[in-house]
Design a binder for this molecule. Sequence first.
Ligand SMILES: [Fe+2]
Ligand SMILES: [Fe+2]
Length: 262
Amino acid sequence: MIRVLFFGDVVGRSGLEALSFFLPLLREKEKADFVIVNGENAAKDGRGITYEDYLRISSFGADAITLGNHFDRKGDIIPHLDEESRLIRPEGYDAVYQGSSSRVFMTKGVPIRVSNVMGSGLMDRDYASPFVSMDRILEKSQEKVHIVDLHGESTSEKAIFAHRYSSSLSAVVGTHTHVQTADERIVNGREAFISDVGMTGAGEGIIGFDPRQAISRFVYHEEATIRPLEKGVLMANACLIAIDEASGEAISIKRINERKKR
Ligand SMILES: [Fe+2]
Ligand SMILES: [Fe+2]
């Protein structure tokens, strides 16, 4: 059995601080064999990820780092997309980039494929259909254990996706909304699914960002840059998925929501 721990979007310095505490702790406590972290908001301003942020997340013990619609906001990550084999960029993004949206990792002698796919429903821009993106990835995939980070806003799209691919994938973990959903389940007896795993960062913010700045901008229409909240409770949203390596079928999925004072 392979136990996979998946952390939702890491937001700002609070996110890195929360991850530095909770990743090693939960890896040990949950006896995780493999850890995936969505790092698309790890930069100081919560938009994108710098190369230094990537190195820090790796140093906390992440085996794979997935991204999302903000992944290219910090240009210094782009030249590293090819060489850094832990880094997975989303498929379905309209620009063509280096790197890969699907990579294979060896854990306990078992090949584990991790893919990152952009959702298209209710998003900030037009992205490719996640079904077209997934079909493209599956054409080149043979591994039994295959985990997908589906990065999108629409819960129904994510559920349709999970059902569409339940015979091909071990797990579909939703990211992007930063709000953990309570719908984790095993689809068709073989694929783990949660609409959104949530986020890692400030537990008292608005999806990790400072409420005061958000109110200034959205209520009073003031020119305010919304930045990650860097005080208060630290939160880590994650899930633990157990997978039978022989069949690639998921056995269980457990939601994790941890908090601590700084
Ligand atoms: Fe995000
Ligand atoms: Fe996102």
